[in-house]
Design a protein around this ligand. Structure first.
Ligand SMILES: *Cc1c(COP(=O)(O)O)cnc(C)c1O
Length: 452
């Protein structure tokens, strides 16, 4: 007989729901190591909800089958895009945050909860060497964080006027998208040439800024990337910060992917200069193993972020009495918001920061192995390799490399993707999931060698 769950379940019914969820999660996590990483095929049409109660087990089976049919971005064999494992402790935190369902957009509504979230934001500011006055907001990811950074920079430096911003062809498209959403004409996004290592050419940036000024445009924002999506390249951050300071531009660092490595000695050395950012985006759902839509925007001067976003309404007049904690609703586009803080706060305290540092160091060690072994494979050329992104190709045209990618992925054991470097198709392998270990990397490398 179908168990019925009313909108207000009893204690026993809560326990039954939780037990079913626990069993589901345990089975799912247990299957990850061997699950084929690539999903495929079109979706079957899903039924609309019925008037009467459904069966929990059947519903969970439907969900489980749908999840299994998707590309397995949570498993250890996924080297595609930026594999985001999703810490289970964050999923638990999420469930609990949803259960208490507090409003955390204003410090005065949930002071202690906001203080927990703020402690994580402030800890990240310290890790990145930002001043003690720096702050920020947890976001859905770098796209929304970048939009907020861009409008803060505009509010601070342009007011209502138009201005130009500076990226490279390797800058994530979320910057151009943010500019478009914010109302900038496409030609206001200026693409600075890159050097042979796919990093912004600093001299070229200076020249372009000078030309724009001479032509009566208003340069206001320079974007450096700490780990590009395509090749992992890190722009020359200290030099770009110096240009921005000299020219009076806002310096935004997109550390969406690379930022987590700041916890490691090697990463921190590579990201030197990040502490000079006026704003910084980090996708904790990439390099801090969080489930998707857990990102952070940090800003040197939170007043600039607030000035660009603050809005008020008569019915909110009771909210803004306590100024000692941030009103997150004033720092971004959201009024109602997720209590994302718990997703970071619980795992960081539960596992300890050292566990994250060790896992990231392991990814850097695995990357050193990948770099070494790829370099030794006959007929294979490494096009780019930094942090934990590796881009390589074999001799022949794009079609040859595309077929190589298909052969590797057809194994059903690993998933890689492709990108373009200097206009040519190349294979891309990224190791970032906390569940990916030496055995998975070894198998992937063997598959690559056997498929050439
Ligand atoms: C993933 C990524 C983004 C976009 O982040 P979302 O969280 O998907 O919005 C921006 N910049 C870089 C460098 C990225 O890798």
């Amino acid at each position: 007989m179908t168990a019925v769950f009313p909108l207000e379940p009893s204690r026993d019914q809560v326990a039954t729901l939780m037990a079913a969820a626990t069993e589901f999660a345990t089975d799912f996590l247990g299957s990850l190591n061997d699950a084929p990483p690539r999903g495929g095929g079109p979706a079957a049409p899903a039924a609309p909800p019925g008037e009467h109660p459904g069966d929990l087990d059947r519903l969970l089976r439907t969900f489980g089958a749908a999840a299994a049919a998707a590309t397995d971005t949570a498993g250890p064999r996924c080297f595609a895009y930026f594999p985001g494992g999703g810490l289970f402790s964050s999923a638990v935190a999420e469930m609990l945050a949803r259960t208490v369902n507090r409003y955390t957009g204003a410090g005065s509504m949930a002071a202690e909860l906001v203080a927990l979230e703020h402690s994580v934001v402030r800890w990240l500011c310290d890790e990145f060497g930002l001043p003690t006055t720096a702050s920020g907001v947890l976001t859905t990811g770098a796209s929304t964080g970048t939009l907020s950074a861009l409008v803060a920079a505009r509010h601070e430096l342009l007011g209502e006027r138009a201005g130009t911003l500076y990226v490279t062809e390797h800058t994530h498209h979320c910057v151009a998208k943010a500019a478009r959403i914010a109302g900038f004409a496409a030609d206001r996004v200026r693409v600075v040439p890159s050097d042979s290592a796919h990093r912004m050419d600093v001299r070229a940036a200076e020249e372009m800024i000078a030309e724009d000024r001479a032509a009566g445009r208003r340069p206001f924002l320079l974007v450096g990337t700490a780990g590009t999506t395509s090749t992992g390249a890190i722009d020359p951050l200290p030099e770009l910060a110096a240009v921005a300071a000299r020219e009076g531009l806002w310096f935004h660092v997109d550390a969406a992917y690379g930022g987590g490595f700041q916890l490691t000695g090697r990463g921190r050395a590579k990201l030197a200069g990040v502490e000079l950012a006026d704003s910084l985006t980090l996708d904790t759902h990439k390099s801090l193993f969080q489930p998707q839509t857990t990102g952070v925007l940090l800003v040197r001067d939170p007043r600039a972020l607030r000035a660009a976003h603050v809005a008020d309404a008569d019915y909110l007049q009771d909210l803004h009495l306590d100024e000692s904690l941030p009103n997150y609703a004033d720092l971004g586009a959201e009024l109602s918001r997720d209590y994302r803080g718990l997703r970071l706060w619980l795992p960081l305290h539960l596992h300890g920061v050292g566990a994250f540092r060790d896992a990231l160091d392991e990814k850097l060690d695995l990357s050193a192995v990948i770099r070494r072994e790829l370099a030794e494979m006959r007929g294979l050329e490494i096009c780019a390799s930094d942090l934990t992104v590796h881009v390589f190709r074999v001799a022949g045209g794009d079609a040859v490399n595309r077929r190589l990618l298909e052969r590797i992925n057809e194994s059903g054991r690993v998933a890689l993707t492709s990108t373009k470097v200097d206009g040519r198709t190349a294979l891309r392998m990224c190791v970032l999931n906390h569940r990916t270990h030496a055995e998975h990397v070894d198998e992937a490398l063997k598959l690559i060698a056997d498929s050439i």
